[in-house]
Design a protein around this ligand. Structure first.
Ligand code: SF4
Ligand code: SF4
Length: 270
């Protein structure tokens, strides 16, 4: 099959308007919000630690660690706090899985510019204008209408994106030289990996998460428990040998590259 060749002027170019970084709260799809309100306050192993209306985007624990370093270098208070955790009755520890920045606008945004733009920012910073990638199975099929957030730089590109799923993927793999497409695919992969890993830890009886506790009781237990980050826990418990190796493979988008590459090979024989 013939490849779509995208002319240079028809690829995505972020104009650094800063809009996606200036409204961090409440950018969640309605279905996600309803699910969180119903299930994430104690009915699942992974418990939401902040009211849904306060939530901003998630930082994986190793990303939060980097942000904590950069905030010192940039002399900024990133307002970084835990957002989701497992209360493990077996180790008696609170395992922190994600963090968030407790702020309406990102504290690193200064005069409409990201003050840490040239660092390895969080996935969520690097995947925009995507909200999700095209491989994520959440019930509704990914389409060009439900994959993107509100971004002025998408206006000219959107009509060019093919409706057909395979053609759309081929187009997307060429049209985002900033890496946002690959980052979106990797972000979805890591979220799926997180969920599968928690289930596997339970199956192997490495953790026993507190579930169905009254929420206020859960929060009191959480506050008093010794805290540990998820990736540190995986290494300490022997579930993984080397967390740096794991993080490096995530940083390199290893799984996204493989997924996109095999899709294109199977469908477009690159
Ligand atoms: S991704 Fe879009 S909304 Fe965000 S800074 Fe770039 S142009 Fe603006
Ligand atoms: S760290 Fe930079 S890119 Fe990420 S949300 Fe903040 S201002 Fe935007």
């Amino acid at each position: 099959m013939k490849l779509n060749v995208i002319p240079d002027e028809k690829v995505f170019q972020c104009n650094q308007c800063g809009s996606c970084c200036s409204h961090l709260r409440g950018m969640m799809p309605r279905e996600d919000r309803e699910f969180i309100e119903k299930m994430a306050y104690g009915k699942l192993p992974l418990v939401q630690l902040v009211p849904v209306e306060k939530m901003t985007f998630p930082l994986f624990d190793w990303e939060a660690k980097r942000f904590l370093e950069w905030q010192h270098e940039a002399n900024i208070d990133g307002k970084i706090k835990p957002s989701r955790a497992i209360l493990d009755l077996k180790s008696d520890k609170a395992i922190i899985v994600t963090y968030f920045m407790d702020s309406d606008a990102c504290p690193f945004l200064k005069e409409k510019k990201c003050s840490i733009y040239y660092t390895k920012r969080a996935y969520i910073c690097r995947l925009f204008p995507f909200n999700r990638g095209p491989f994520l199975d959440v019930g509704d099929k990914p389409t060009k209408e439900n994959m993107f957030g509100t971004c002025c730089a998408m206006e000219t590109l959107m009509p060019l994106i093919p409706e057909d799923y395979n053609d759309m993927l081929n187009f997307l793999s060429n049209a985002f030289p900033d890496g946002s497409f690959e980052n979106a695919v990797q972000f979805d992969f890591i979220n799926e990996w997180l969920n599968k890993t928690i289930i596997d830890l339970m199956r192997k009886k490495i953790i026993k998460p507190a579930m169905n506790y009254p929420y206020s009781y859960f929060m009191k237990r959480f506050e008093n428990a010794e805290k540990i980050d998820f990736s540190d826990f995986l290494e300490q418990s022997g579930y993984i040998k080397n967390k740096e190796e794991l993080i490096r493979s995530f940083d390199n988008n290893a799984q996204a590259k493989e997924k996109i590459g095999s899709f294109l090979q199977n469908n477009y024989q690159r």
